[in-house]
Design a protein around this ligand. Structure first.
Ligand SMILES: [Zn+2]
Length: 87
């Protein structure tokens, strides 16, 4: 399972797998690049490589609960020098 290559300034969504899809320990907040809106994706892929099918996840307005450490690390690595995340 590979990670997703993303471009600078790309819009991100915060998603979390729904209760019952996975165990509570895997219900972390993933960062997912916003898919092309001209087509309905059959699945979305988080920065960490987690593949999420439609209906499996909930879209969040921000990080709630435990963030996915891999998604966070990959996100921070691509920030422009001098920029920090506002949270
Ligand atoms: Zn993740």
């Amino acid at each position: 399972m590979g990670s997703v290559v993303r471009e600078q300034g790309e819009a991100m969504m915060v998603v979390r797998l729904r209760r019952g899809v996975v165990g509570e320990t895997r219900r972390v907040c993933h960062l997912v690049p916003v898919p092309d809106v001209s087509e309905t994706p059959t699945e979305i892929t988080a920065l960490c490589g987690e593949r999420i099918l439609p209906g499996q996840a909930e879209l969040l307005s921000g990080f709630r609960g435990m963030p996915c450490e891999t998604c966070l690390a990959l996100s921070a690595r691509t920030l422009s020098p001098g920029l920090v995340h506002a949270s």
